[in-house]
Design a binder for this molecule. Structure first.
Ligand code: FES
Ligand SMILES: [Fe+2]
Length: 458
């Protein structure tokens, strides 16, 4: 348990209401666009949880850097001369100016544009203009270096930072989500790499709505994305919930898979990757449950709490066109109440030829790029929640969103007793268990419970 900040104290009444609502599988509207809730999220979630900042393939060489965000803070993720990865706050120690003003590049130094204090790419202060006249002697490079994220760790090349010096290690924090990440991107030596820099676009949406959708909202697919079936980009969307598998893990992470071998044909293993691709895969490191998952019920979407999500689909880039399996990781960057910037990375296998990588990238952009045929549907739908949350009428009416889908359904939504993997698994996409799992964890963290294994009661 950590101390409750003033921001959370302001949001406390709302959190009490969230707790009461969640007991009935409801979520009050105001959490999607509220200044106090937003400030508390930045304070309680983004300064405490492990947050994704970059993939190692974005900074392969000494001197490479990318500028990223942790919550509202700009950070520079660098590869220093010793090969180490640093996550540095992008605020000059002199007056706070952003010392790095570009998205990405290669440099040994960052020189502040205001008065010229200069930092090494490991964060140390290495010089100031007019050192002798201004300061008499050299300033201590460590004492006046850029403030560093206290903890940085990687899993499968994914670099995460935590602004909390204490708490679970990255592997403990990821738990089952790390197990899932291993089978998503670790199937071949060299793993996956980014196909390019992230595409970024602003949405009038709340980061939670997007993260929640990617935990496993199969229910929207045959309505919101029906146009993709009409133009023959998709097939069988009405089966989405029926063939879905929901995987819930500690710390609010959740994934949804699909039983493609049942729905398509028995040979449709490994997401439907073509043999030219699967010949590079080495499944020998997978445990029995992972092998079953990759072959028969592989994850299609997922969210690593708080704001990193994933999607993998076999899709054409034009109706009837050649299929390619796309992999996108996306981050829902909070900008302000009801406002996010969506960062979208297409990933390709490191072994892929230029043509294979291009096909995957193009198909990925066609479906889940900023102008993607699926992406445009989702991002418009998500704008409703913050609009409702801003409405004095809806607040006065006590509007709550309905997450009770599972309560009276005849579909068996119980945990699969034969599941031997981490967390728990359900063999249907009906019910809104993954979303409730996400919001229950959100409430826990907002109240200062960030230890590994915290999980809301069902
Ligand atoms: S603000 Fe950076 S050198 Fe003054
Ligand atoms: Fe969608």
């Amino acid at each position: 348990m950590t101390a409750i900040s003033p921001e959370t104290a302001d949001a406390a009444a709302i959190l009490d209401r969230v707790e009461a609502s969640l007991k009935n599988d409801l979520v009050p509207v105001e959490i999607f666009n509220d200044e106090a809730v937003f400030r508390a999220e930045i304070e309680q979630i983004f300064t405490k949880c492990w947050v994704f900042v970059a993939h190692e393939s974005e900074i392969p060489k000494a001197g490479d850097f990318v500028q990223r965000r942790i919550g509202l803070d700009p950070v520079i993720v660098t590869r220093d001369g010793k090969g180490g990865i640093n996550v540095l706050s992008n605020y000059c120690r002199h007056r706070g100016t952003q010392v790095c003003q570009t998205d990405a590049g290669n440099s040994r130094f960052f020189k502040c544009p205001y008065h010229g204090w200069t930092y090494s790419n490991n964060g140390d202060l290495v010089g100031t203009p007019h050192m002798h006249d201004a300061y008499g002697e050299r300033l201590d490079p460590k004492a006046w270096g850029l403030i560093r994220a206290p903890r940085v760790a990687t899993r499968q090349g994914f670099v995460f930072a935590s602004l909390d010096p204490d708490g679970p290690s990255l592997d403990e924090y990821l738990g089952g989500a790390g197990w899932m990440l291993d089978l998503i991107v670790g199937l071949a030596p060299g793993g996956m790499r980014v196909a390019g820099p992230p595409e970024r676009y602003r949405l009038h949406a709340d980061w939670k709505t997007a993260a929640e959708n990617f935990t496993g909202d199969g229910y929207h697919v045959d309505t919101l994305h029906w146009s993709t079936e009409e133009v023959a980009v998709s097939q069988g969307l009405q089966m989405t919930c029926e063939i879905a598998r929901i995987y819930e893990f500690e710390n609010g992470h959740a994934f949804a898979g699909h039983a493609w071998t049942k729905a398509v044909h028995p040979g449709y293993v490994l997401w439907g990757y073509a043999p030219e691709i699967t010949q590079h895969f080495n499944l020998s490191g997978l445990d029995e449950a992972q092998l079953h998952v990759v072959n028969h019920e592989p994850p299609t979407v997922g969210t690593i709490f708080p704001n990193l999500s994933f999607i993998r689909l076999n899709t054409p880039s034009v109706p009837g066109g050649p299929m390619s399996v796309i992999t996108s990781f996306r981050q829902w960057q909070p900008i302000g109440p009801g406002e996010i910037e969506l960062w979208n990375w297409q990933f390709v296998w490191d072994f892929m030829s230029e043509d294979e990588a291009r096909d995957s990238y193009v198909n990925g952009q066609f479906t889940f790029g900023s102008a993607g045929i699926f992406e445009q549907d989702d991002t418009v739908a998500w704008e409703g929640a913050p609009r409702a949350a801003q409405s004095p009428w809806m607040r006065k009416a006590g509007m709550e969103f309905h997450f009770q889908q599972g309560n009276n359904s005849q579909v068996d939504q119980s945990h699969d007793p034969s599941w031997t993997g981490p967390g728990r698994k359900r063999n249907t996409g009906y019910g809104e268990h993954a979303q409730l799992h996400f919001y229950r964890h959100w409430l826990n963290v907002m109240r200062g419970n960030t230890g590994a294994g915290t999980e809301g009661a069902e």
